[in-house]
Write a protein that binds this ligand. Structure first.
Ligand SMILES: Cc1cc2nc3c(=O)[nH]c(=O)nc-3n(C[C@H](O)[C@H](O)[C@H](O)COP(=O)(O)O)c2cc1C
Length: 169
């Protein structure tokens, strides 16, 4: 059983990305995994200011960022999660701004983390046809810098999203 955090960067509530997330989640829950999903579109999340405040916090701080917005709902789930799902439609050949903004803000809990195991990443994306090669490259950077591991990625493929969910246990 794993704790899974889904960061949903879609703008649409019941669109293509939501269908991928649903397929993944239903399969992952069947295995007894615990899921917390945040639909970022509805949340008050501001961009990282690069103020350096997080570098002055104590390791393991429950308040890693000086900006106390809705990221404070995500931070506890992020700390506990073993699997992080980045779910997003392609907007302008990339992940959405809402997802990128939330990811930037994960810098604070990473900087203040006191140990912990590397996270596993799942990428669920949809597009009108553009490839996501550079997003996969970006995951490789996460892998080398943070030692996180990409355990699955699906693009416009609900069945594949389901299979990735089934594989998490
Ligand atoms: C602002 C915006 C930008 C988009 N840019 C791209 C793009 O660069 N390449 C692409 O293939 N599709 C693009 N699309 C299409 C979406 O990626 C596609 O329709 C996706 O499945 C929408 O997901 P959703 O139903 O979860 O909102 C764009 C859509 C929007 C609204």
């Amino acid at each position: 059983m794993k704790k899974i955090l889904i960061l949903n960067g879609a703008g649409k509530k019941n669109g293509n990305t939501a269908a991928m997330i649903r397929a993944f989640s239903e399969a992952a829950k069947e295995n007894g995994n615990e899921i917390q999903e945040f639909w970022l579109q509805t949340m008050d999340i501001h961009g990282c200011m690069n103020c350096g405040g997080c570098h002055k916090k104590e390791k393991g701080s429950a308040e890693p960022c000086v900006q106390k917005d809705d990221m404070y709902r995500i931070y506890p789930a992020f700390r506990e999660a073993e699997v992080i799902v980045f779910a997003s439609p392609v907007y302008w050949w990339d992940i959405t701004g809402t997802l990128k903004t939330a990811i930037d803000r994960l810098y604070a809990p990473m900087v203040t983390a006191s140990g912990g195991s590397p996270k596993q990443i799942v990428l669920l994306m949809t597009s009108g046809g553009s490839p996501i090669d550079h997003v996969l490259d970006w995951c490789q950077n996460l892998k080398s810098w943070l030692h996180w591991k990409l355990v699955g990625s699906a693009m416009n493929d609900v069945e594949q999203a389901k299979q990735i969910g089934e594989g998490i246990q």
